[in-house]
Write a protein that binds this ligand. Sequence first.
Ligand code: NAD
Ligand code: TYD
Length: 337
Amino acid sequence: MVNVLVTGGAGFIGSNFVRYALGRHADWRVTTLDKLTYAGRRENLHDVMADPRHTFVHGDIADAPVSGPLVEQANIVVHFAAETHVDRSIQSAGEFIRTDVEGTFVLLEAARRAKALRRFVQISTDEVYGSVATGASVETDELRPRNPYSASKAGADRLAYSYWATYDLPVIVTRASNNYGPYQFPEKVIPLFVTNAIENIPVPLYGDGRNIRDWLHVDDHCRAIDLLIERATSGEVYNIGGGNEVMNIDLTHRILETLDKPRSLITPVADRPGHDRRYCLDTAKLRALGWAPQVRFEDGLRDAVAWYSANEWWWRPIKEKDPAFRAYYEAQYGRRG
Ligand code: NAD
Ligand code: TYD
């Protein structure tokens, strides 16, 4: 059996990856380590919690006595755990430094003691390149992160790299573009706008709505990570981009059309400070290893909208009953409109 540690496996991408990995690799034993912050939810793993090849550990990556032994026993570590929302990092950056930078440091130190570790996947982000006015970011481009989230991710990205360069750990770094799909916390733009539209409440579009993101279906992301675990070269960085550049205003129109809701729900609100205008990835390096996205954006978005429509049990308790979500929403949007 192959021991795979997935940090942040109760979050959006992590839970999709755990499900994908258990389905794809009969010889993998997967351990999820997750602190269950507001973004981490047991419900995200509801269908794999009882799987005999899956173990769930409730704990903090930065807590060395908890995370250390799990890393030491692993053959593969896929490190998703992070604070991930740009707007929250602008409100308060401390947890981003603690988890994304310090937490990664704790895992890397444990990895130095691991006896049979063959891959440490540092999940970074396209946001470390900063705003890209023209062209597409290649892996060797300078990092120019512009908000506390992307800066903390850039710190972790380079720290992980340094453990390859210095200690010869089998580290690779992946930089994916914006993901979408099921189980994404409804603070991120797609699930927020879809669920607001279902509730017939305004969708708050930042600034002029002309910022561009490159959308990647979470299933295509999982396939890319899986391939890289086998085929990547240690010490290398790999971009993972969907190749779907979409302006926020166009994305919003598509969501509303899919749900048959009026454009009058769109409410322009004050822009995000330092709002990156555009991200765009060159993915030639990954494609040369045999990966290509399989989900067309039209299909993936329609399926995602259908998933949130069919799974109100998942998001309504968060949006309607969780006082922390309501407080966040009020702080983020209350004075903006
Ligand atoms: P998410 O916010 O949905 O999930 C993060 C998970 O990490 C949660 O389950 C949370 O409980 C857990 N976590 C947070 N702090 C922890 C700690 N100290 N110890 C243990 N667990 C902790 O995030 P996501 O969207 O699934 O993103 C996963 C990873 O992918 C992150 O590293 C993120 O930077 C990266 N990424 C995300 C995107 C995207 O579009 N969502 C794009 C590129 C890269
Ligand atoms: P988001 O989902 O927060 O991802 P990221 O900032 O990591 O790219 O935001 C995606 C885009 O949507 C980004 O340009 C900001 C914009 N946005 C809005 O216009 N309104 C919102 O309420 C949110 C959350 C995001």
